[in-house]
Ligand binder design. Structure first.
Ligand SMILES: [Mn+2]
Length: 328
């Protein structure tokens, strides 16, 4: 970790009088764990701060310390002199929380996405770390704050979810050492894994069923399309199909998966998953999105069938290209 950047972050926090902390829209465990860990750190530093994310906190992450203090909207007229974004690959991922601000705070960008565009005034971006939470586990003590049980719970949530329980490529001895220290600080690994990773909403499992039924596999690409109709047949509320992409990418002979989710406003969200040696970050970036080598995503607008056809053609071409390069 670049100590000059660490010192800049520390100075900015010490000097700030009102801080806004945010994370990416559609937040996952790393996003919310990192957000609430920074909140607890700022509390320990005696700072004034607000935490906000357009989409709020998923019910399953209610156990996170300070979860109930995460707002969906910020007062546009409130003056923040510092903003800290965690787990955001670019400025748009911060959603309205950032775009509707009328003040212009100094922006600190703390992230681990390979596609991160260094949008902050101060950027702590380390792409070979498996979670933003792991980065924060190293950063927080350098701010003079001891990692207590609450912070450890938040950070462990980020680590467990982004590593799928410490089993993805990129998990190192260092990752497990950091996790071990969090357990020593009071994080309950088994309980966090159960709440954040294992237990599912009934509606999510129902939509997995639809997704598996409607899956296609061609040319090493597995994909499934979840239309608005499919979701509405299960519930009037939005249904998360998170986890489906990992499931269908884990088929023998499949290099990558794509899950298309139709949204109410005509947006189509696409999640890509792969395993080494297959890279999906490049494809997602080409399509205007971003992410990691083995987990990335993007959004498209248009007729669902057209978007699916276009993206799957590109996906097949990408895998064919990578396959040819590997065989060369
Ligand atoms: Mn993350």
């Amino acid at each position: 970790m670049d100590e000059t950047i660490v010192e800049k972050i520390r100075e900015s926090i010490v000097q700030a009088s009102n801080i806004l902390v945010t994370t990416h829209i559609g937040p996952d465990g790393d996003a919310l764990g990192s957000l609430t860990a920074v909140g607890q750190m700022l509390h320990a530093m005696g700072k004034q701060f607000d935490m906000a994310c357009d989409d709020g906190v998923l019910r399953k992450f209610d156990y996170l310390p300070l979860a109930k203090d995460v707002r969906r909207r910020v007062d546009r007229k409130k003056i923040y002199d510092l903003m800290i974004a965690v787990d955001c690959g670019d400025e748009f991922r911060m959603g309205y929380v950032y775009s509707r601000l009328t003040c212009e705070p100094v922006l600190i960008n703390i992230d681990h996405h390979i596609s991160n565009n260094n949008f902050g005034h101060i950027n702590l971006v380390v792409a070979d770390v498996t979670s933003t939470a792991e980065l924060l586990a190293n950063l927080i003590p350098k701010m003079g704050v001891t990692i207590d049980k609450g912070i450890a719970t938040s950070l462990m949530t980020g680590m467990v979810t982004d590593t799928l329980g410490f089993r993805v490529t990129g998990v190192t001895g260092e990752t497990l050492k950091v996790a071990g220290d969090l357990i020593s600080a009071g994080a309950n690994l088994a309980e966090i894994t159960l709440q954040a990773l294992v237990l599912q909403e009934l509606n999510t499992v129902k939509i997995w069923g639809k997704g598996l039924n409607q899956m296609n596999v061609e040319d090493m690409v597995a994909w499934s399309v979840i239309s608005l109709k499919d979701q509405q047949a299960i519930s009037d509320d939005p249904v998360s199909n998170h986890g489906l992409g990992n499931m269908i990418s884990d088929i023998h002979g499949v290099a990558m998966s794509a899950v298309f989710t139709e949204k109410e406003d005509g947006e189509i969200k696409i999640g890509f998953r792969s395993r080494p040696p297959w890279d999906v970050a490049t494809l997602a970036t080409e399509l205007g999105g971003g992410g990691h080598r083995f987990a990335a995503g993007c959004s498209q607008h248009g007729e669902l069938d057209d978007v699916v056809q276009l993206v799957i053609e590109k996906a097949k071409a990408t895998i064919a290209e990578q396959k040819a390069a590997l065989e060369a």
